[in-house]
Design a protein around this ligand. Structure first.
Ligand code: ADP
Length: 309
């Protein structure tokens, strides 16, 4: 596992990482989320030992990475921000070069190289110059280079940045795949990234950890701390708003619209019991036609905004 133990790092007067502690266990896929400038890249450079902390320590399986930096790096695969690659090299040359640097025996079929090319789906561009790759393929190659030496831990800094939606989807799928065999920490400033890929989210803001929990728990927290729970109901019937507002725990009708003879209401609901069963009974009693009845899912974006306000 990776442990950050009260780690701090400043650049001049900028405190980029401020007394950060967390542990990532083997097999976890963790989203490291925060706005630009929050300290994500710096934290990742500290974990990968490209930077040394001013205070605190980064431990891998309990051993300070400064004690044996080479051994630590051997266990970590790192995809830096902006995925720096050599445009003039062929994909094949680049991967062999990276393999040599890391002392990886590439082997024949089923060897490290073959395995990595299969896992990242880059066989069809294997003999192409890197400069001619699409962004999506370039990112796959970056990921391939990061996992080539079969590290235990993968540190991915904004892995889908600059990709179009289809390419993002592809890379996310790939990360989920890779996450089955590796411990992954991936950073991002956009939420959908972590909601889809990660079971745990750590939120960083101005160098400090402001939230750390399972994606599910943070969603629940977003629901609790969000403005209010919201229920949307759409029915065909008479005096809908007047009747619904009388129900227990319905605090306010925040939006009302009419279309095709149907009334659509957005309700603010208190923290008490869910009024949906009562709405259903009311519709039955009044002989309304119920077209829709659902709770708006709390957005993690709300929580994120709140935490980083
Ligand atoms: P993020 O990855 O979340 O966007 P960074 O870790 O890159 O954030 O940056 C955190 C803060 O540290 C920012 O204010 C940034 O300007 C500053 N910073 C990062 N790297 C350096 C550096 N090498 N020199 C000076 N300031 C830096």
């Amino acid at each position: 596992m990776i442990t950050l133990d009260n780690v701090s790092k400043s650049f001049g007067r900028t405190v980029a990482v401020d007394d950060v502690s967390f542990t990532v266990d083997r097999g976890e896929v963790v989203g490291f989320l925060g706005p630009n400038g929050a300290g994500k890249s710096t934290t990742m450079r500290l974990i990968t030992n490209f930077l040394e902390p001013d205070a605190g320590a980064v431990l891998i399986d309990g051993v300070d990475v400064r004690e044996d930096p080479v051994a630590a790096r051997r266990r970590i695969g790192y995809l830096p921000e902006n995925n720096p690659l050599y445009d003039d090299m062929l994909v094949a040359e680049y991967l062999r070069f990276v393999g040599e640097l890391r002392g990886v025996g590439m082997g024949g079929p089923g060897g490290a190289l073959d395995d990595t090319v299969q896992a990242t789906g880059i066989a069809e561009v294997f003999y192409r110059p890197i400069g001619e790759l699409s962004k999506g393929y370039a990112q796959r190659l970056g990921l391939a280079a990061a996992i080539l030496h079969r590290p235990d831990f993968l540190i991915l800094d904004e892995p889908t940045e600059g990709l179009d939606p289809n390419q993002r989807q592809e890379i996310r799928r790939l990360i989920r795949e890779v996450g089955k065999e590796h411990t992954v920490i991936l950073s991002t400033h956009v939420l959908p990234e972590v909601e889809e890929t990660c079971r745990r989210i750590i939120v960083i803001h101005e160098g400090k950890i402001v939230a750390d929990g399972s994606t599910g728990d943070l969603m629940a927290q977003a629901r609790d701390t969000g403005t209010k729970r919201t229920i949307v109901v759409e029915v065909k019937g008479e005096d809908v708003a007047d009747e619904v507002i009388k129900l227990p725990n319905v605090e306010e009708v925040t939006d009302e619209s009419e279309s095709e003879g149907r009334t659509r209401l957005t309700l603010a609901v208190g923290s008490g019991p869910d009024p949906r069963p009562e709405i259903f009974r009311l519709a039955k009693a009044k002989d309304w036609v119920l077209w829709e009845l659902h709770e708006e899912t709390a957005s993690l974006q709300d929580l994120f905004s709140q935490l980083t306000r």
